[in-house]
Design a protein around this ligand. Sequence first.
Ligand code: HEM
Ligand code: SF4
Ligand code: SF4
Length: 690
Amino acid sequence: MSLRSLLRAPFDWLDRLCARAFPPDWNPMVQLGAIGWFMFWIVAVSGVYLYIFFDTGIRGTWQSVEAITRNQWWAGGVMRSLHRYASDALVVLALLHMLREWSMDRMRGNHWFAWATGVPLLLFVYVCGITGYWLVWDLRAQYVAVQTTALLDLLPIFGEPIGRNFVDQASVSDRFFTLMAFIHIAAPLLMLLFMWIHIARHARARTNPARGLGVVMLLVLVALSLAHPALSGPPADLDRIPPTVALDWFYLPAFPLIDRWGGAAVWALSLGLLALLLLMPWLPPRRTPPAARVDLANCNGCARCFADCPFGAITMAPRSDGRPYAQEALVNADQCMACGLCTGSCPTATPMRSAPDFFAGIELPDRPLSALRLEMQQAAARLSGDARVIVIACGSGADIAGCAAEGVATIRLPCVAMLPPSFIDYVVSRGLADGVLLAGCAPGDCYHRLGDRWTEERIEGKRDPWLRERVPRERVAVSWVARADSRRRAADVAAFRARLRTLPAIARGIRHGLAPATRAIRRSWPKPLQWTAWVALFGALAFGTGALASWPAWRVLGPEQAVISLSLRHVAKTRIECKPLTPEELIKLKPNMRRQVGCPRERWPVYVELLRDGQPLYQGEHAPAGLWNDGPSTVLERIVVPQGLQTLTVRLRDSGRKAGFDYEQEIPADLAAAQNFVIEFRADRGFVYH
Ligand code: HEM
Ligand code: SF4
Ligand code: SF4
């Protein structure tokens, strides 16, 4: 069983549940991306408000955040909580949205673009969240700073470990902190750019949820903010290690893994996951069926296909064949998803022609309309009994096996909106069947994005090409159900047939006025049940967000443990002593190179050992920095030890000697629980500690 089919089951369940519990506009599952955008805006607006009162200097940060939270809890406090909870919701939404697209396999073939631009969005979300937690400068921020720098220091990009900026209280500087504030503001701006690129290939992308749903979600977040406000922990104090940290498990789940597995494993896992995500669209690759093709002999340049294509794959170009039309349609094959919506929109796509082989202005090479007409005729010929129905089913929609009956014929198309309305007219006006049922995905959840919308509008006479007035609308039905809801699909077909039985027998060429818009045969849950479902869903969302934003706390240190931070920066001796050049050596050099002294720059590595009560705690050799190995060697190690009285011995070798040490010191230390005991080295004073 593939991973995708495993994912499919829970999403099918959720989709079915939400399609029944929510009115079509409100179904959150079909607008996860749009709700994500909404959360982004809440985060952006609340962030701007907070920034007005925020002090970016490290000394005043914590106090300024406290003042925002406590002194104006009704405004700044709520804004802060909204900022945090909407950010948490954004993580959940982005992950859900990603997994759902995966479960629907909307990432391979020509779908790859949205997927590949979605992955960086996830990264941006995390960069924003992690730097955001840093800015509060409480104990959690301290943990975030130490863990993040520990991770970054494993990359060979910094001359010196940046973690040395967070060794103790004295080493923290405004400079680094301002950089974090800058990243926290720049990352969302870049993210917005990527969000825009992400939907660049989606015509009419949905970036706003239904207004009512948006209001309810905002109210839920405000209620959560009032009931469970986001608060800071005690101010950061790098001279102590917080034994437990209230972690936000949406943003910071990787940090405990650093404690458990080490930074290298976390890098390997993250980069592996990232590479896997980026490669997903090609694992294995899937070819999108051949792109739509324009037949210029039948294209009059009306641009309806251009207006209806959900993936912006059609452009209108100046006429190239000399026919008396201004434009012609052009398909970009790399963007075309072979959904067929353009065929459904082309006014020349009509089956009312006598030629067996006819062409519309635009068609799918794999699904020619002339073959579709023949298929309909043959299917109709097989129908018997009363209430004969032709079901046009979407290729990605609910299973239609349960609809099989003597009087039911089913034809699958890539999307129901591929069917030009004239084909419905053809079936009904020629008496091929008593009715036509268009069976697609849940409202607003068309696999090809806009199929349900265009279909409804064409049938209702609101969008060209319309279903002709003469077609009695009671003989046309739509069934929009969730992808896995085959039971409901079968029920819709049965209900439609029951309705057809109440109508007079069909006759050829019936004339009718424009009947009221066609309606789906939809039975929603009773209102009280719907409301209960909403309260349960939004309540669970609020509770889950509020809880996981700071619970369960992560135990960083045992109750009787302390940390020794070995933080050294030392320039070792040069490998070769400086010595004056001899006249012979000087003569061998070019005149402009003839200096009096020869000083090779390369230095010895620094070797360091730390022992606790005679037992080795740490041993390591540290190469000098710099292209010519002539810079300082740096050491940054954090070692967890039991609290209490102990004798530490620290030794250093910087002269390339084979045995013995250049510096050695014994340190009697009585470590308190959670103490951060820092050992440093000064060339003039030797080892210093506090
Ligand atoms: C902040 C996070 C994200 C936001 C706000 C967002 C938003 C959106 C929006 C608005 C759409 C268009 C919906 C429509 O109108 O049909 C969309 C589509 C899509 N997104 Fe995202 N997205 C996010 C993250 C991701 C991630 C992480 C992935 C996957 C790695 C992803 C993959 C996709 C795919 C595959 C589609 C549609 C593909 C198709 O129809 O061809 N998105 N997203
Ligand atoms: S809808 Fe048909 S006729 Fe109109 S531009 Fe497109 S292909 Fe040409
Ligand atoms: S088949 Fe779909 S994606 Fe391709 S051009 Fe037609 S409407 Fe656009």
